[in-house]
Design a protein. Structure first.
Length: 473
């Protein structure tokens, strides 16, 4: 089919950009840079004031009143955490985390990558009010890290990308647990019990075979998420738990799907043959319209069969990916990365918070990931993925220091003092930039194969065989 001008110059390039693995990271970088530019321009006051606008949702005494920045961090980011939960469940069911031996290595690496940064940050801030930010350098930004790794293309093995994905997903789960246990305010048991009731409904619906994603959206958002938000527990926890209630089984299996598709194809072919025969008969127009309706109805059945053959978990994950990657995460970066630099800002670089965050992300992540991976291989509990060398693991340890999204998120929860927030954000930006550039160029350098010098082949000397003279009798 001929492509229109709109397709060629707008829709197809946008589609190609969305489908690229590197696009999310690039868009996040652009959003962060744009936020920094505006926050240090004459528009700085308007930029900060915009995020402080309040939005109220609720009725009677049950009203949630938060500013726009909180709605982005607590509301929209819940969708991001919901997708993290879906990815985690998929990995547990059929991915790298589905077997104990396969899960051991990324789980251990993620634990090491959370423990060491927290300890290093604690070392620099112990005895100060800023010690509550120990969770900031614990998290890895999966979008940034994977985006940079995919920029290397086939220079790194596919198994390394899978290993980093599994590590980052476990890392995100660890961050969620940290938020739930250490960054949760006063808890309302009544609302929490109501959230538990809605969660029971979701798991019961999964058990009895309900596959309608709209049902899970209504009960999950209108029930579970709202109740948990009102309880005082961070709403992102509800999003992750709700993801585990989404069905991961299909309504029809692959063999039955293929049989039904073949039957539909056969019926459409027969209908087309009948349509050709009836072209010259009376009431041609009415018959033609009726035949077209029949064919359209049959084609619609293909769509229904595809839905029935795809688990709701997979459908939701694919549907949410563009929204999360190209709307929610860039908006979050734009709202949180705007740090206004003043004469005091550069003095903040020497503050315990900034040094703790930078050291935790750069040094702590590397030590934690590499040492715990070494330990698992040394104890023969697990082994490196096929094609992955220790040099690759060192590169992953460096890339894991990109904290960006999750680190910004925990910063907002950990501190109420604006100075501490600015110091932490500056540390996150510096560490993420250094970790990203260092990790990328390190992996690029080790992937370059040295050119072999051409081997000179010495020409063989021609040997002339002497023939003995024939004896004559």
């Amino acid at each position: 089919m001929k492509k229109s001008t709109l397709d060629i110059y707008l829709l197809l390039p946008i589609k190609g950009f969305i489908e690229k693995q590197t696009s999310v990271g690039l868009l996040l970088i652009f959003s962060a840079i744009l936020a920094m530019i505006i926050a240090n321009s004459p528009l700085a006051e308007q930029y900060h004031a915009f995020w402080k606008q309040y939005i109220h949702i609720g009725f009677n005494d049950s009203v949630i009143s938060k500013n726009l920045l909180h709605w982005i961090n607590d509301g929209l980011m819940s969708i991001f955490f919901f997708m993290v939960g879906l990815e985690l469940k998929r990995e547990i069911i059929q991915g790298e985390l589905s077997t104990l031996r396969g899960a051991a290595l990324p789980v251990a690496a993620a634990i090491g990558g959370m423990l060491f940064p927290a300890l290093i940050y604690y070392f620099f801030t112990a005895g100060t009010p800023a010690v509550s930010g120990w969770g900031i350098p614990m998290a890895t930004d999966i979008a940034f890290a994977l985006g940079l790794l995919y920029l290397l293309g086939d220079k790194v093995p596919l198994t390394l990308k899978v290993f980093l994905t599994a590590l980052a997903i476990v890392d995100d789960l660890g961050a969620v647990l940290v938020i739930a246990l250490f960054y949760t305010a006063d808890i309302s048991m009544d609302n929490l019990a109501m959230g538990g009731f809605f969660l029971l409904i979701l798991f019961t619906a999964n058990y009895v075979g309900i596959r309608n994603t709209i049902f899970y959206a209504i009960v999950g958002i209108g029930g579970l998420w709202m109740a948990v938000m009102l309880s005082g527990v961070h709403a992102t926890i509800a999003a992750v738990i709700a993801a585990f209630a989404i069905p991961s089984t299909k309504r029809i299996n692959a063999p039955l799907f293929l049989r039904k598709v073949k039957l539909l194809s056969y019926q459409i072919k027969n209908q087309l043959k009948l349509q050709r025969k009836e072209e010259d008969e009376e009431d041609e127009f009415e018959d033609e319209e009726e035949d077209k309706d029949k064919i359209t109805h049959m084609i619609e059945k293909f769509s229904s069969l595809t839905i029935d053959a795809t688990p709701p978990l997979q459908r939701l994950e694919h549907a949410l990916h563009p929204l999360v990657s190209f709307v929610i995460l860039p908006l979050f970066a734009f709202a949180n990365a705007g740090v206004t630099l003043t004469s005091e800002s550069f003095a903040f670089l020497q503050s315990p918070v900034t040094i703790g965050v930078v050291s935790g992300l750069m040094l702590g992540k590397f030590l934690g990931v590499v040492l715990f991976t070494r330990l698992m291989v040394f104890l023969k509990i697990s082994q490196l993925p096929k094609g992955v060398t220790w040099k690759h693991v060192y590169g992953i340890g460096i890339l894991a220091g990109i904290g960006f999204t999750m680190s910004f998120f925990i910063t907002e929860l950990a501190f109420t003092t604006e100075d501490f927030r600015i110091q932490a954000k500056m540390g996150i930006l510096v560490a993420s930039l250094l970790a990203g550039l260092t990790g990328y160029f390190y992996l690029w350098l080790i992937s370059k194969k040295p050119k072999k010098a051409p081997v000179k082949v010495k020409p063989r000397k021609k040997t002339v065989q002497k023939t003995k003279p024939l004896k004559t009798s």
